[in-house]
Write a protein that binds this ligand. Structure first.
Ligand code: ATP
Length: 377
């Protein structure tokens, strides 16, 4: 399967890349293309092969088969220092005895860049990561977040074609992590170079990346924008990895113009966009809808015309601050999650456990994926 980004010239390309460690197949015939200037996230669970993919781009690992191209030039077997990319690791790996500015200058000095030029570029890089005031300090005198920014400045100062980031925020606490996510995004937009970011945190990938490639067992299951993956997942794995997916088992039936009928396993009829159903005609599918797209109302109220309707009973309702979260058990025995908020942002009156309710949503928000054996939403 060929996966590509949002348009424009491919800057980094992996062609049919396979990687084995001994007998173990870790990357399985992977194709990917990343455009110049993109913020590209490799997202997936632990062990799916994200780091190995990144290390093959960086030259720290060589593919068993396939080709790696940077800017159209093959670098498959070139060592890291012969590639115009820099890697930022989770462990900052700063030199403890050198000041921050010397840490940042280190690579340029080794390359023989002149003193004045080095000073100018170091100052610029520290400015970009907003740390010029700490230039004379040693790493031990900086917080974890500040050290990570120094590591970033040290990579940026080389002006590489691409920056490879391997869980760079993984060691930070959640609040700092969220703050640095925004900062990384700002920096990437400012410097305009390609960032490839490895993470297992879907919120992190969604908040930063232009293109997200969801990896599973050494393959890319789907690549696209955050909106694409969230609203139009193509597999159960992607649907679940990107958030609550409220999957219900069913079979695709008749198409009627833009919408097709899907009969759920307990006999209810739902509708979904025909273009998402066509490839599954007659087959076993899971239909899903995101929790914030569903409206929950008491069972006795009328349902809107043309809406998908599932009936059920409230199992649990909880107050989340910005919304009310309901767990509802449907007649078919599935537990679905609904996030409720009024159109004006206020919270509706809470309906307690045991209450008979109906879940309604616009059929256009329904996604359809092939059913995976044994998997439940
Ligand atoms: P994590 O989020 O946990 O870092 P990941 O998606 O980055 O996971 P990789 O580090 O790429 O995953 O590892 C993929 C698989 O390859 C794992 O099963 C891992 O055990 C295996 N692996 C990685 N490096 C080696 C190695 N040098 N020798 C043998 N097996 C390896």
């Amino acid at each position: 399967m060929r996966e590509s980004g949002v348009g424009g010239e491919p800057d980094i390309r992996l062609e049919r890349v396979t990687k084995r460690f001994g007998d173990v197949l870790v990357i399985d015939d992977l194709d990917l293309e990343i455009e110049r200037g993109a913020f590209y996230a490799l997202l997936g669970p632990s062990g799916c092969g994200k780091t190995t993919t990144l290390r093959m781009i960086g030259g720290f690992e060589l593919p068993t088969a396939g080709r790696v191209l940077l800017g159209g030039t093959e670098v498959t077997n070139a060592p890291p220092h012969k590639r115009d990319v820099n890697t930022v690791f989770q462990s900052y790996a700063l030199f403890p005895h050198l000041t921050i500015e010397k840490n940042v200058a280190f690579g340029l000095e080794r390359k023989g860049v002149g003193k004045a030029e080095t000073r100018r570029r170091v100052a610029e890089a520290l400015e970009t990561v907003q740390l010029p005031h700490l230039a004379k300090r040693k790493p031990a005198q900086l917080s974890g977040g500040q050290q990570q920014r120094v590591a970033l400045a040290r990579a940026l100062v080389n002006r590489p074609r691409a920056l490879l980031l391997d869980e760079p925020l993984g060691a930070l606490d959640l609040r700092l992590r969220r703050q640095l996510q925004l900062e990384l995004k700002r920096i990437q937009q400012e410097v305009g170079i390609t960032f490839i970011h490895v993470t297992h945190d879907q919120e992190e990938a969604m908040s930063m990346a232009d293109t997200i490639a969801v990896m599973n067992r050494g393959r890319i299951e789907q690549a696209g924008t955050a909106t694409d993956l969230y609203e139009r997942p193509r597999t159960e794995f992607v649907a679940k990895f990107l958030g609550v997916s409220n999957l219900v088992r069913g079979t695709v039936g008749q198409a009627n113009g833009e919408l097709s009928a899907v009969t759920t396993h307990d006999g209810a009829t739902l509708h979904a966009p025909t273009n998402r159903c066509a490839e599954h005609a007659g087959g076993a599918v899971s239909v899903g809808v995101r929790p914030e797209k569903v409206k929950l109302t008491p069972a006795e109220q009328p349902t809107p015309d043309g809406a998908n309707v599932l009936r059920g009973q409230v199992v649990l309702s909880s107050f989340l601050g910005v919304s009310l979260q309901y767990v509802v058990r449907t007649a078919g025995g599935e537990e679905l999650i609904v996030l409720a908020q009024n159109a004006d942002g206020s919270l509706p009156e809470s309906l307690g456990a045991g209450r008979e309710v109906q879940l309604t949503w616009d059929p256009r928000h329904t996604f359809v994926v092939a059913a995976e054996d044994g998997a439940r939403a």
